[in-house]
Design a protein around this ligand. Sequence first.
Ligand SMILES: Cc1cc2nc3c(=O)[nH]c(=O)nc-3n(C[C@H](O)[C@H](O)[C@H](O)COP(=O)(O)OP(=O)(O)OC[C@H]3O[C@@H](n4cnc5c(N)ncnc54)[C@H](O)[C@@H]3O)c2cc1C
Length: 398
Amino acid sequence: MRETTDILISGGGVAGLTAAAAFGAAGFRVICVDPAPPVTGAEEDGADLRTTAFLQPARAVLEAAGLWERLAPHAAALKVMRIVDAGGEAPEPRIVKDFDAAEIGEEPFGWNFPNWLLRRETVARIAELPNVSFRPGVATAGVLTRTDAALVTLSDGTTVSARLLVAADGRASPVREAAGIGVKTTRYGQKALAFAVTHPIPHDNVSTEIHRTGGPFTLVPLPDRDGRPCSAIVWMETGPEVLRLAALPVAEFEAEMLARSAGLFGPLTLVTRRSVWPIISQIADRFEAERIALLAEAAHVVPPIGAQGLNMSLADLACLVDLAKAAPDRLGERAMLLAYHRRRWPEVKARVTGIDLLNRTSMLGARPLRDLRAGALNALYSLAPVRRTLMKAGLGMR
Ligand SMILES: Cc1cc2nc3c(=O)[nH]c(=O)nc-3n(C[C@H](O)[C@H](O)[C@H](O)COP(=O)(O)OP(=O)(O)OC[C@H]3O[C@@H](n4cnc5c(N)ncnc54)[C@H](O)[C@@H]3O)c2cc1C
């Protein structure tokens, strides 16, 4: 069978599904394919237990896609980002610095959501859009491009002719491979554990990042669970240490968590499975090829620090949608794709470099270096203009 469409999105992860809703809401005909059906319940096998903190600029993208009103009732606001250095002799807080969103405006820094819920609400939104066809269970199998279209063979035997092929098929993107675009990858020998906990001491909408060795231990607020304060945790460590922690009996794991959290929230109770994620930095050499745009992790991957990953992806998406709406007749043409690459690549490259540096700083094991890190945090924080600039830069504001 042969079909035509404006946009084919390869990949229905959080980024691909959001792109399908955004382009659909902008009036384009969209097909989105993914071999894996989306898991939309917390308790189901394979549920993505990570959470995503959408930062302020993401909200406009979600509003335009018709997603924000669905998500807002489930949001946990992030009003303060607290950085704790516990890198001294004992695992105790020795420096605590609060970056308060109230210093730079009236809005919180962002809002946190579980990834499985993002998938549920986005799939429901797409179902309302008659010009969007989401096809779970179908993969991109072959890509051929010409100057006027991308010809994509799907695993169900369909051939689709699309004016624009959006690669949102993850860090090992098959579309990127087919287009012959290389990547630069940095490995840290690190992994992340992602899970949720409840705790007796409320989080007060503060996101807390605790640094000692091996990588940050970050608590991000979630709405209360069973009447108790609840947080999502991302715990980064060396690969073998993460595998050891993931295999510990729950009581022993909870004891290790309590120590690593420096007791700041009282005893932590594990309320989900523990999921393990490899940590890398990666950037594609180019974000475009003939009739193809790379989006989200197909274009860039960063360690989960400062909630940058998917927020960079939504900035990619906003840029692509703006370009498409400005000249719908020229969708997928070379000039549009070059403009996308020029606007996004340098900005993403700068962020990947910055987050790489932050991650290396957080991994430091040697005591004198940990002391230097604490000193740098103190110095950066105490200058109010530097502090405000850092907060705005973290949000992606100019
Ligand atoms: C522990 C952790 C915490 C994080 N926290 C945050 C946060 O707070 N804020 C933030 O902004 N970011 C965060 N991130 C990053 C964020 O989770 C990722 O950027 C995001 O989930 C990646 O989305 P994606 O859609 O690009 O990729 P994926 O979720 O990997 O989706 C790719 C999809 O492509 C599909 N696919 C594969 N092959 C094919 C094919 N041949 N054809 C079609 N489809 C295919 C796959 O099945 C998959 O569904 C975090 C990451 C980690 C590891």
